[in-house]
Ligand binder design. Sequence first.
Ligand SMILES: NC(=O)c1ccc[n+]([C@@H]2O[C@H](COP(=O)([O-])OP(=O)(O)OC[C@H]3O[C@@H](n4cnc5c(N)ncnc54)[C@H](O)[C@@H]3O)[C@@H](O)[C@H]2O)c1
Length: 247
Amino acid sequence: MKRLKNKIAVITGAGRGIGRATAIKFAREGAQVVIAEYDTGSGKATESEILRKGQSAEFIAVDVSDESSVNHLFDDIGNRYGRVDVLVNNAGILQDSTLKKLEPEQFDRVISVNLRGVYLCTRRAGDLMREQGSGVILNASSVVAHYGNFGQTNYVAAKAGVIGMTKVWARELGKDGIRVNAVAPGFIATDMTAGIPEKILTMMAEKVPLKRMGDPEDIANAYCFLASDEARYINGAVLNVDGGVVV
Ligand SMILES: NC(=O)c1ccc[n+]([C@@H]2O[C@H](COP(=O)([O-])OP(=O)(O)OC[C@H]3O[C@@H](n4cnc5c(N)ncnc54)[C@H](O)[C@@H]3O)[C@@H](O)[C@H]2O)c1
């Protein structure tokens, strides 16, 4: 039995990394996946990969930090699909710098994609979900929201903010049959972490009780569970998927 059969699932930033793995997993579980991605090349590549297997996917270009772009995405989805069952707010960027060197533009850019983008997408998906009386919203936080991280003022502010918004929306939207949860990944091997020097990556893996970095599929599996009816009584939770980094 497919766990997401016929669900319309919008996944932001699904061109690569965790978002791509989530799109592939959701499609395999029967969802009609909307790959809502900034980068056309990778967005189309994920789309083709899923379509080749005879599963359902559609790439729609979006910049989650841009209000009119997000409005266009959800107008399009509303007109053509008429509903949204699952929204995974996965798109995110890094612009690391210590407080001393962090420029206001770098602060604003990361907040605008990683925090404001989550708000903009949830606002529009929430309208559709409220009308249909059901839905699941899943937000990408990070373990660093729990314990901070050197050089990540902007990123940690956004990821901690995502946890706060998740709790607010779980309270506000529960009565409309909408569940809202966050996932806090630990160190996951993706393009986002590919720029980190090998020595540091080894040190990071050493800090994990399971002694390895996570794979994008480890996070996709958590999203799939939370999106499915098996998680029907889970609302307002933050699920750490980190091999035990935060215990
Ligand atoms: N990789 C990790 O270790 C890790 C750990 C904790 C949290 N996370 C979070 O998980 C999410 C995915 O991480 P990842 O490692 O797969 O990242 P990634 O950089 O590999 O992929 C991010 C995707 O988001 C897209 N994107 C960026 N800006 C966008 C925008 N404005 N609009 C639409 N799409 C946009 C990118 O084009 C890319 O396809 C992010 O929110 C990240 O902060 C990752």
